[in-house]
Design a protein around this ligand. Structure first.
Ligand code: SAM
Ligand code: DTB
Ligand code: SF4
Length: 368
């Protein structure tokens, strides 16, 4: 078997059209290699496990070098989440506070009115978010649900934000309608490996999830798909999740790597905590397998130290959820994020292409 680290270091240029390389954004005296490894979709589990087994320093260094070949390493994409329909879900996902089957104390709510959604989106934009993600606790939307969400997407799009929704399984017709409404991204997570999946969810199959992703990609909507770590899965399961994502015919443009947000009353509450460094490895491996995708730190950041988050950014994570709330759980508070970004010299990605290619210092740095 070829040495995967050596293979990744080969100076081949990518031909895929995902995220534009940002070499222009680099400082002139940049000492780092800038050649991007080609995108692959044929990873074996053993190759991925060999990446996981690399010495930590080698793995993180390789991931950072790969990251710099396509992205400005000092920019982070920022999304804000809103739960537009909370609780009462018929599915049995073992991690989720919103399943009607678990004994959580969450009160089910109706779909939010359009005005409340647009107000939240405008507030997120004012805080610097460039993407607004709306989540609904549905197995799948009805056609009436879809009309209501389409109006929300159109309104958020009109505010000048990228739009993302996560609504469960979709039909072909629904994906077309979402695209027509102005949807940029659809979030649908594979959550874990095919082998471990049955221990987490029984009401929807792994194939159902893959079919939904194929429909979304077929409609020309960008995909946000990743998984949850710390559910009691093994390292081969983490490798299996990343293998599924990397071997999709097109890599998800956004890959959330989530640490389980433990919620009392859910079956996975009390799952053994994942070692912090063992969380960094899949972030780095995701960066190596999907070099042109944004890798997002999703849930679990509130419980992470600043140093662990910094290590994750070094390992190639370049996107976060920003704002005090995720869907039903608390997020890292915005003030803490701003302070961390300032200390790390990280700036928010903007949607303006010209500005993106000529990043300035963060606002606070510019004042001293
Ligand atoms: N009901 C839709 C579905 O599951 O496809 C969309 C909403 S659901 C809450 C979206 C995603 O949130 C899930 O796929 C899961 O990956 C993530 N999620 C839910 N609860 C979580 C938790 N406690 N910790 C981490 N991620 C969680
Ligand atoms: C994703 O990967 N993570 C988000 C979003 N996509 C929809 C959800 C995180 C939910 C965390 C638990 C909660 O707040 O209920
Ligand atoms: Fe329902 Fe989505 Fe939660 Fe599963 S993850 S229980 S489908 S809201």
């Amino acid at each position: 078997m070829p040495n995967p680290a050596a293979t990744l270091a080969m100076e081949t240029f990518a031909t895929d059209t995902l995220a534009t390389p940002t070499r222009a954004a680099r400082p002139l005296a940049d000492p780092w290699p800038v050649h991007a490894p080609a995108l692959r979709h044929d990873w074996s589990r053993d190759e991925i496990l060999a990446l996981f087994a690399m010495p930590f320093m080698d793995l993180v260094f390789q991931a950072q070098a790969t990251h710099r070949a396509r992205f400005d390493p000092n920019r982070i994409q920022v999304s804000t989440l809103l739960s537009i329909k909370t609780g009462g879900c018929p599915e049995d996902c073992g991690y989720c506070s919103q399943s009607a089957r678990h004994g959580t104390d969450l009160e089910p709510e109706r779909l939010l009115p359009l005005g409340e959604v647009t107000a939240a989106a405008a507030a997120a934009k004012a805080q610097g978010a460039t993407r607004f993600c709306m989540g609904a606790a549905w197995r799948n939307p009805t056609d009436r649900n879809l009309d209501q969400v389409a109006a929300m997407i159109a309104a958020v799009h009109d505010l000048g934000l990228e739009t993302c929704v996560t609504l469960g399984m979709l039909t072909d017709d629904q994906t077309r309608r979402l695209k027509a409404a102005g949807l940029d991204y659809y979030n649908h997570n594979l959550d874990t490996s095919p082998e471990f999946y049955g221990q987490v969810i029984t009401t929807r199959t792994y194939q159902d999830r893959l079919d939904t992703l194929a429909r979304v990609q077929g409609a020309g909507i960008k995909v946000c798909s990743g998984g949850i770590l710390g559910m009691g899965e093994s390292r081969p399961d983490r490798a299996g999740l990343l293998q599924q994502l990397a071997n999709l015919s097109q890599h998800p443009e956004s890959v959330p790597i989530t640490l389980l947000a433990q919620v009392e009353g859910t079956p996975l509450h009390g799952a053994p905590r994942l070692d912090a460094l063992e969380f960094v490895r899949p972030v780095a491996v995701a960066r190596l397998l999907m070099p042109a995708s944004h890798v997002r730190l999703s849930a679990g950041r509130a419980d992470m130290s600043d140093e662990l988050q910094a290590l994750c950014f070094l390992a190639g994570a370049n996107s976060i959820f920003y704002g005090e709330r995720l869907l039903t759980t608390s997020n890292a508070v915005a003030d803490r994020d701003r302070d961390l970004f300032h200390r790390l010299g990280l700036a928010f990605e903007t949607l303006n292409a010209a500005e993106r290619d000529h990043p300035g210092p963060c606002e606070r740095c510019a004042t001293h």
